[in-house]
Design a protein around this ligand. Structure first.
Ligand code: GDP
Length: 365
């Protein structure tokens, strides 16, 4: 086309049409462009996951973790379609206070179980973790060997939120991982309180990592957590620490004797080991294998999974109801005022709660 600047007005000035540009130096550049993350359809996600495509699995997990309602809706569909492919795994919860040696141990435990074949997913529940600041749990650099193992998938804890929410996301991730062919699932949690209950509600075997202390090691550990354990293992049984570890183990054994036999009929075992030197790892896994044979035979394995499914149905209902209530804009504004009324003694807690709930129910109509 004739350039407008070649008009009469611009006499004396001619502008030539530009020359054709050479083709791109790298003609493949365009082809390498990946499809954008959430452009997959439900069917594509499911197909990718079932084929064991780890990139698609990771993206589906990101979807599960997203707080956006449209992502959640898509995630739920993917999970539902993956459900028939899930369940075929052993799920093991691993807990211990920071410094107990969880990452060191998971690294060796992981390599040990992978020697027999199969695929391992390591997930985590840490309600305090903030993904951007680097999660304390599930951080790949903490598990040096596993993180580069082709058959291992490591995913840090979903970032901070309510424990119930974080735990639900991890449980949903378990389903996706199983559908992707991961037949061994480790769920790690830090040994401080409620998160153990959450992990316990999604695993078949709960392993508690302890350290030998100063002789009163039983004091720091809550009875409830000990009661959940199917196995207690005392780490760092190496060097000068071996005798102390053995002593700690016998304290734990004595303490466990005082508890009633768990529903599983399995008496929790106490072992010592060294994650760092890889000593006693085989014995731990023999114990876990023995447990699985035992509970599969007596029916407890299926019973526990069914109970967990029921538990998660109620948990999900609770979470939705709570969110629906607390995220309601009218309720949000009312809450601050009501809180003051209660603090100033103008209203009792019960009256204030009733008033808020009545308002909420009216809004629903
Ligand atoms: P986490 O916080 O529970 O994940 O614990 P880490 O795995 O990061 O271990 C904490 C510290 O204990 C690290 O310095 C490890 O090197 C050390 N550690 C872990 N396992 C053992 C072990 O079996 N023996 C000894 N002596 N040290 C260990």
């Amino acid at each position: 086309m004739e350039h407008p600047e070649n008009n009469e007005e611009y006499k004396g000035l001619t502008v030539n049409a530009g020359i054709e540009q050479p083709s791109m130096i790298n003609p493949y550049l365009k082809l390498r462009k990946k499809p954008r993350r959430r452009d997959f359809t439900v069917a594509e996600y499911v197909e990718g996951i079932v084929k064991g495509n780890v990139t698609i699995l990771s993206q589906a997990v990101t979807l599960v973790e997203s707080v956006k309602p449209e992502h959640q809706a898509l995630a739920q569909e993917v999970i539902e379609k993956c459900l028939p492919y899930s369940g075929n795994s052993v799920r093991i919860g691993i807990s211990g206070v920071p410094g107990a040696g969880k990452s060191t141990s998971i690294d060796v435990f992981g390599l040990h179980v992978l020697e027999k074949g199969g695929k391992l997913a390591v997930l985590a529940i840490d309600p305090s973790s903030e993904r951007t600041k680097g999660s304390i749990l599930g951080d790949k650099t903490r598990m040096e060997k596993l993180s580069v193992h082709p058959k291992a998938f490591i995913r840090p804890s979903p970032s901070a939120g309510s424990l119930g929410g974080v735990a639900r996301k991890t449980r949903e991730t378990v389903i996706l991982c199983e559908a992707a062919g991961f037949d061994k699932i480790f769920v790690e949690t830090v040994g401080v309180g409620q998160s153990e209950t959450a992990v316990h509600s999604m695993v078949d075997f709960f392993l508690l990592i302890q350290l030998a202390g100063t002789g009163d090691e039983l004091q720091g550990i809550k009875r409830g957590i000990m009661e959940m354990a199917d196995g207690i293992v005392i780490n760092k049984a190496d060097g000068n620490n071996i005798e102390k570890a053995k002593l700690a183990a016998s304290h734990f054994r004595n303490a466990l004797h005082l508890f009633p036999t768990p529903d599983s009929g399995w008496t929790p075992k106490v072992l010592t080991y060294s994650g760092f030197y890889g000593l006693g790892v085989k014995e731990i896994w023999d114990m876990i294998d023995e447990y699985f044979v035992f509970v599969k035979k007596n029916g407890y394995f299926d019973y526990r999974r069914n109970e967990q499914a029921k538990y998660w149905m109620y948990e999900t209902i609770n979470e939705h109801l709570r969110d629906s209530f607390y995220n309601n804009p009218t309720i949000e504004t009312m809450l601050a005022a009501k809180e003051q009324d209660v603090l100033n003694g103008r209203q009792t807690s019960f009256v204030a709660a009733k008033h808020l709930l009545d308002t909420y129910y009216r809004l629903l109509k």
